[in-house]
Design a protein around this ligand. Structure first.
Ligand SMILES: [Cu+2]
Length: 185
């Protein structure tokens, strides 16, 4: 009886420990990346799931960048347009080529593939913010896909230096806010 009870208690402790670890990783407070399987989807529509959205705290309200990953379990799609109702006057799709940001007309989502928005690559630019976003808050992005339709994604505001646990690292040299290359001609 008491052996069973302590076994149960041990199992419970293990569960709590795992939950605690996951909470830590989610908070992203400088903890080493836990290379887990596919992260839990933040949103889904049709064959598409959106994971790991984040918006690094910007310098000011003139602009902010936003990133996420779209996984496609079906046919090819296209992210046509993004808005941030009540938060940004305009959302632009940018990509990075030869260390320069260029505006693009949305992004292809490959069939049975992945569209990745990440530092140094594809990213969304939110222009003219209605308020200063603070870490711990969320911002809603509205994504319009050609086939999968419209989906809202709650994007957590993170520290300016935040990187998601599943970030492969990249070279880190072309940080949107740090590089100063954006908008410069
Ligand atoms: Cu940009």
């Amino acid at each position: 009886m008491s052996a069973r009870r302590s076994a149960y208690a041990a199992a419970l402790l293990t569960t709590l420990a795992i939950a605690g670890t996951a909470g830590c990783a989610a908070a992203g407070a400088g903890t080493p990346a836990h290379h887990t399987a596919t992260p839990a989807p933040a949103a889904a529509t049709g064959d598409l799931t959106i994971t790991s959205p984040y918006l690094p705290k910007p310098v000011d309200t003139s602009m902010a960048a936003a990133y996420f990953v779209v996984r496609d379990a079906g046919a090819a799609d296209h992210l046509d347009r993004v808005t941030a109702p009540g938060f940004a006057r305009e959302v632009r799709a940018h990509t990075t080529k030869n260390d320069k940001m260029i505006m693009v007309r949305g992004y292809d989502v490959p069939a049975h593939g992945t569209l990745t928005l990440a530092r140094g690559g594809n990213h969304l630019m939110l222009m003219t913010l209605s308020r200063m976003p603070r870490p711990g808050q969320t911002v809603t992005l509205r994504l319009y896909f050609a086939k999968a339709g419209r989906v809202d994604v709650k994007v957590p505001v993170k520290a300016a230096t935040y990187r998601p646990p599943d970030d492969d690292g990249g070279d880190g040299g072309m940080d949107h806010m740090g590089g100063g290359g954006h908008g410069a001609r």
